[in-house]
Design a protein around this ligand. Structure first.
Ligand SMILES: [Zn+2]
Length: 284
């Protein structure tokens, strides 16, 4: 029986569990735990990782790729995360790698050889060769890959800084999870860094404003000094003008006095002469 027939046979007998029918589509598209999980497509994780995380249907978005890698600023996983965050209410991301990941053994060469032996055109392989190398050869150790994937999402300019991005490792046999990157710590230090940046920007702005005030003060004080000295020199000018006017007036008064006194003594002499003449006339 083909796999497709198996699927259809199974489906023909399938009845959704009663609780799912009761939900009347109530489990919305929005993940109840506001969580997106980026993990590997590994078959051992199917129906196993979710219960190991306490996650049920309707709780989270699962994005699965080979080796949970991020290969570019707008790769498929990033696109899905953007929809998760901006349209589906996702507030946290968990990148979950796993021990014994097959991607650690996959290389650009092994993939290339397998593709060529299946008749894939070398030209087509050449077209993606560089990306193939970056992706397949870049994955060497699952734990480091989780760290790199978290860092790639964290530094992506399209992902909001307040979304914590956790990194975890899952053990497919033991079913245990361990934290590799604590997204809360990471987000906290990012926020602290931002706060420090803002503080130092504020400090430098303060210094700038202080400097501007000082220079304005100096400018104003220079202007006041200029105005004062201009006033002083104007005062001196006016004083000199008054002095010289006073001298002029006083000279004029002296001149006038002299003229009057000359006129008076002239008149006196004339009167004396007249009196003399009169006296002589009376005697004769
Ligand atoms: Zn894997």
């Amino acid at each position: 029986m083909s796999i497709l027939s198996e699927i259809l046979k199974a489906n023909s007998k399938f009845q959704p569990p009663a609780e799912i029918l009761d939900e009347d589509h109530a489990k919305s598209k929005l993940p109840a735990k506001h969580l997106a999980v980026v993990t590997c497509m590994d078959t051992r994780l199917v129906g196993y990782l979710e219960p190991a995380m306490g996650i049920s249907r309707g709780d989270a978005k699962f994005i699965k790729t080979a080796g949970n890698c991020i290969t570019g600023v707008f790769d498929g996983t990033i696109r899905s995360l953007l929809v998760c965050i901006f349209e589906l209410g996702v507030k946290e991301i968990a990148v979950i790698g796993h021990h014994e990941c097959g991607m650690a053994k996959t290389t650009a060469d092994s993939l290339t050889n397998a593709m060529i032996s299946r008749g894939i055109s070398p030209d087509a392989i050449q077209m993606v060769h560089k990306d193939l190398e970056t992706w397949a050869d870049g994955f060497q150790q699952p734990e480091q890959n989780v760290i790199d994937t978290v860092a790639a999402i964290r530094s992506n300019p399209l992902i909001p800084k307040d979304v914590p991005i956790h990194g975890l490792m899952f053990h497919p046999r033991e079913g245990s999870l361990e934290i590799v990157v604590d997204g809360y710590e990471d987000a906290k230090s990012t926020l602290t860094g931002k706060l420090d940046e803002a503080k130092s920007a504020l400090e430098s702005k303060k210094d700038e404003v202080k400097g501007a005030i000082e220079s304005k003060k100096e400018e104003v004080s220079e202007k006041i000094d200029d105005a004062k000295s201009a006033l002083e020199s104007k005062k001196d000018e006016v004083k000199d003008a008054i002095e010289s006017k006073k001298e002029e007036v006083s000279d004029k008064i002296d001149d006038a006095k002299e003229t009057v006194s000359e006129k008076v003594s002239g008149a006196k002499e004339a009167v004396g002469n007249m009196l003399e003449n009169l006296g002589a006339k009376l005697k004769s």
